[in-house]
Design a protein around this ligand. Structure first.
Ligand SMILES: [Fe+2]
Length: 330
């Protein structure tokens, strides 16, 4: 009762025009439906008022660089390590306290401590359970250029997840090898899809036998239909086809709200928020202190499968787009 009187009073106050200024401004490349409940929880926990500007991950990162000292952003939250790396290399992010990283596997943190991952998603190989025999499973993404996969592999060259993977291949294997792989793949008559969802759908209905996708799409199909005729696997441990990409968060160095901003970052890596990413969004948690999502498999498998890549080095998306254009894929 008391509480409802207080909320009525607060509602009345804002109606009369007394609006509280924001304590924190977040630029978020992550979607509103996913972020808003977390922000609301954070506001309830701390009494701080948060304003979020939503947009495309890469575009918001560029905007922060354009705005420079005038930027109202205290925090940048992007869904791609490449965007985090571009801000880190531009030198606009504050160094985060070492204590934040104590329980977090190295693979989820930037080496220079300028940002921390909030969750992870892997590249995986989805395959038909009806048309693929176990003996046909490739051990590397490089095997897919083989004659026996001709016309059978689905991919989506315009998709951000795929492009981040190509950037990682450029970083780990070099430009020439990557260009050759793209050309050999294209010559092997892949089935081209718009995005990850349509790839998984296509593997289910027979348009392709294999597909290069992010890990959280197939679980959605299986949640609706346990008999959906596809499953997913990693390539051999360490293969670049298993790239672990992350969403990450950083604090702008020029922000005057460092303390409040750090509270928000701490909230995102806390077990409560991590449980949400894992259970609701089907993304890999960065901490072991959550109840695992059964469809994601355990963290040790993930860490074993993931190739070693310095996530900050995934910043060169423009170079990847140029390469994809050069070989005629976009
Ligand atoms: Fe996605």
């Amino acid at each position: 009762m008391r509480k409802s009187i207080i909320s009525a009073l607060i509602a009345g106050l804002s109606l009369t025009g007394i609006v509280q200024a924001a304590d924190l401004t977040i630029y978020s490349g992550r979607g509103e439906s996913f972020v808003a409940p977390l922000v609301q929880q954070f506001e309830q926990n701390t009494g701080l008022k948060v304003t979020v500007r939503y947009g495309d991950t890469a575009q918001l990162a560029s905007l922060i660089l354009e705005e420079g000292q005038r930027s109202p952003a205290d925090i940048y939250w992007g869904q791609d390590a490449g965007a985090m790396g571009s801000l880190a290399y531009a030198g606009v992010l504050a160094e985060l306290p070492e204590s934040l990283f104590t329980d977090i596997p190295e693979i989820f943190s930037s080496q220079n401590r300028q940002w921390v991952a909030t969750s992870g998603r892997s590249r995986v190989l989805v395959h038909s359970t009806e048309r693929v025999d176990q003996s046909e499973m490739p051990s590397s993404v490089f095997d897919l250029t083989d004659e026996k996969y001709k016309g059978r592999v689905g991919w989506a060259p315009t998709n951000g997840g795929f492009q981040a993977f190509v950037t990682a291949m450029r970083v780990t294997h070099g430009e020439e090898t990557t260009e050759q792989w793209l050309r050999d793949m294209a010559a092997n008559q892949p089935v081209v899809f718009r995005n990850n969802t349509t790839i998984v759908e296509g593997v289910g209905n027979g348009d392709a036998d294999f597909g290069l996708v992010n890990n959280y799409y197939l679980p959605r199909f299986i949640a609706r239909n346990a008999d959906f005729p596809a499953r997913q696997t990693f390539f051999a441990n360490g293969d670049i086809g298993n790239l672990l990409n992350v969403a990450g968060v950083g604090i702008l160095e020029r922000s005057n709200n460092q303390e409040a901003a750090l509270k928000f970052v701490e909230f995102l890596v806390s077990p409560a928020a991590q449980q949400y990413f894992t259970s609701v969004v089907n993304e890999h948690p960065i901490s072991n202190q959550v109840i695992a999502n059964p469809v994601l498999g355990n963290t040790d498998t993930l860490l074993g499968a993931s190739p070693e890549v310095n996530l900050d080095d995934l910043y060169d998306l423009p170079g990847t787009l140029e390469l994809l254009r050069k070989v005629g894929l976009i």
